[in-house]
Design a protein around this ligand. Sequence first.
Ligand code: MRU
Length: 355
Amino acid sequence: MLVHGQPYRTLWMTDDATVRIIDQRRLPWSFELLDLRSVADVAHAIRDMAVRGAGLIGATAAHGMALAAREAASPAELQRLALELTATRPTAVNLAWAVNRQLAAVAAAGFEKRVAVTLAEARRVADEDAAMCAAIGRHGLEVIRGIANQKPGRVVNVLTHCNAGWLAFVDHGSATSPVYAAHAAGIPVHVWVDETRPRSQGARLTAWELGQQGVPHTVIPDNTGGHLMQHGLVDLVITGADRVTRGGDVANKIGTYLKALAARDNGIPFYVALPSSTFDDTLTDGLREIPIEQRGEDEVTHLEGVAADGSVQTVRIVPEGSPAANYGFDVTPARLVTGLITERGITAPGLPGPE
Ligand code: MRU
């Protein structure tokens, strides 16, 4: 997608031994690229959220395995580095999916071919991710078009939570991909962007990327969506997902469940957009089985922003000594989900996807 009018992906290989990423910890204050040259660099970038979002975590891990293949002198060493990568964040299944895909590719080709095989596979993972997200956009566009046809000449209002945009993938995004497709098709569309505390992925990342593409949007505090729905100001909700069970339970950024409840109470369609790499067919009960990441208190007790003099500053917003809890994700039961928008089409949760 575009950054200052130039097309970018969120990561790429600059040469066989360097992975270049957009450092999302710096957005929107500054646009900086960061080079990752070792498995330790990649693991740190994922854990510290220089890259984040299920799809991009998976693609970065796939590239990290290409670096691991150079570092590992034995199959056992490759396994150890694979574990180092999968241990970085627990909820997004794309991480283990990408690492296991690389291990399977090496196993099939033979350990001596590991460098070439993992490089090619990393590039394939990135290209497939971008292609799946583009297809999600084409399918989701028809949902937005259907709503637009019911209110000719009026704006379609989409509410989204967190960042399930191109910054959460290699390109296009999941939840934002239909929005970009609608915008490109000339459908008047506006996005309500949940700020998404504690790390403010909506306010910082989704607002930035929508702005870069020229899509009208408004940032709202996380508690505003229900009010907007009660007053007819939301036509549909589209979120992303970090892991979706066989029955269609959806793990996504903390607060997603409350939006799904409010949408159900107000008769508003609640869609989840995801590539097939986000399904975890081994799980049946999302609430019991999906591991929920808990992160440090400091993400809740402190906020980063830009001061009037342009300097980036971090301030404490709760009293000294007050404990804080930081659950990264919640699970929205399948019964609250209107449809899953995948690269293969749209399906009701719990039903087999379209072929
Ligand atoms: O903690 P994050 O920023 O990695 O969480 C991201 C989300 O929850 C996204 O909504 C999710 O990954 C779906 S889009 C890939």
